[in-house]
Design a protein around this ligand. Structure first.
Ligand SMILES: Cc1cc2nc3c(=O)[nH]c(=O)nc-3n(C[C@H](O)[C@H](O)[C@H](O)COP(=O)(O)O)c2cc1C
Length: 418
């Protein structure tokens, strides 16, 4: 099997597993704690079925859709993923280029290796910028300023990493800070010579370029990563941080990671334009519900007009269609395009996007849907027990939970926030 004969996203994952040393593959593939959440994200989709309508002329099908005022060729895009340069040199640039060619959005992470200025230049119409609020307000403001100066059109603030999570695969493999090159890691890596060669040729540990300006002059990649680790996660971040970003950023603002309907309502009330409903791909809170299951309650909380983007566990075109029927205008996914990059560079990413595009198209034809925007809950059958229109959860006092104390001990796991 190779990238062109890969039939689905599982095949792409398998190609990446062969191409990457275990420590790198597991960093992408793994989740928090027992990985229940990771599995729940996939299982959620299996709880819905699509009931086809036949005798509809589906010879022409249109999966393009408008999100935040711009029409994309497909109703999905690429989630932000930090440290992508570890899996393929210049992965962020490749992701941006592949996204532009497919006319879908790519959410560039601030924890990326590519500098936001360079990546935006490569695909100015398609690159959004995602940031976390750090403990340093001046840096937060500077990131917003740089995004504006670079011509970023959509800013995304991720809020679901108050502390590092417990990713046991990483800890077992030694993927922690400071990074230790143990004999086991070296031996494993040597079994993947093409990756090792690319890694060494591109200069070893890739630089977290967005953070270089805030580190001391001439800092190494490891020193920049360490400095980043002192700034984020930032457990003191609260609604007022988001408010300041809203005030500083004139364009569309998206918040990624809110799952409680009350929080979603509060963000919208604050002027946030769209929400990425996400549990960080099961990488943070293992006990979190799947975003798919939260969609009806969130839709009820924020009303009909706010655009919802579903993230976490999307692996098939049918998932994108199901998410749309439940109220998410758009879906994004993170691991599959990283696997594509690891397995085949830009061609691997393009193939990943093409597979999902073909699947969306085929599912639309199968259920008698000519235009993606015409999908509605009536295509779902049977309504599973937990997808009954959910009563909006009784609002709690806005900001009431802000006072909860956060202890230093929550910052124990030494990992880079991604
Ligand atoms: C290797 C890796 C790095 C990630 N880095 C970030 C990040 O920097 N910022 C962020 O908001 N989410 C990050 N995420 C989470 C993704 O944006 C997304 O929520 C998740 O991958 C979705 O789940 P999926 O992989 O099942 O599609 C990362 C995910 C992975 C796998």
């Amino acid at each position: 099997m190779n990238i062109q004969t890969a039939l689905n996203l599982d095949d792409i994952r398998e190609l990446a597993r062969r191409a990457l040393p275990r420590i790198a593959f597991d960093f992408i593939d793994g989740g928090a704690d027992d990985e229940h959440c990771l599995r729940r994200n996939r299982e959620a989709f299996q709880q819905y079925q699509l009931l086809p309508r036949y005798l509809v002329d589906v010879s022409h099908r249109d999966q393009s859709t408008v999100l935040l005022g711009r029409r994309y060729a497909s109703p999905f895009g690429i989630s932000p993923t930090g440290l992508a340069g570890l899996f393929h040199p210049d992965a962020d640039l490749l992701l941006a280029r592949a996204a532009a060619k497919a006319n879908v959005p790519f959410l560039l992470s601030s924890a990326a290796n590519g500098a936001l200025e360079d990546v935006v230049k490569a695909a100015p119409e398609h690159v959004w910028f995602q940031m976390y609020c750090t403990s340093d307000e001046a840096i937060n403001a500077d990131l917003v300023r740089r995004a504006k100066a670079a011509g970023v059109q959509v800013l995304v603030v991720s809020v679901d990493v108050p502390v590092n999570s417990n990713r046991e695969r990483n800890r077992r493999n030694g993927f922690t800070r400071p990074f230790r090159m143990t004999p086991g890691v070296v031996l494993e890596a040597l079994a993947h010579p093409a990756w090792v060669l690319r890694y060494l040729r591109s200069g070893g540990i890739p630089m977290m370029s967005n953070w270089k300006p805030y580190a001391k002059e001439g800092a190494s990649a490891a020193e920049v990563a360490d400095m980043y680790g002192t700034l984020t996660p930032a457990p003191m971040v609260k609604w007022s941080h988001l408010q300041r970003i809203r005030e500083a950023w004139p364009g569309p603002l998206v918040v990624k990671g809110l799952m409680h309907p009350d929080d979603c309502r509060q963000a919208v009330g604050m002027g946030v334009d769209a929400l990425v409903v996400s549990n960080h791909g099961g990488r943070q809170l293992d006990a979190a519900p799947s975003p798919l299951h939260m969609l009806p309650a969130i839709r009820a909380a924020v009303g009909d007009d706010v655009e919802l983007i579903l993230d976490s566990g999307v692996r098939r075109g049918s998932d994108v269609v199901i998410a749309r029927c439940l109220g998410a205008k758009f879906s994004i996914f993170g691991r599959p395009t990283l696997f594509g990059a690891a397995a085949g560079g830009e061609a691997g990413i393009a193939r990943t996007l093409q597979i999902v595009r073909n699947e969306v198209d085929m599912v639309m034809a199968q259920i008698g849907c000519r235009a993606f925007d015409e999908l509605h809950p009536g295509y779902l059958w049977p309504a599973p027990v937990n997808s009954k229109p959910v009563e909006p959860i009784k609002p709690t006092k806005p900001g009431a939970h802000e006072a909860a104390p956060v202890t230093e001990s929550l910052r124990t796991t030494q990992e880079t926030t991604t």
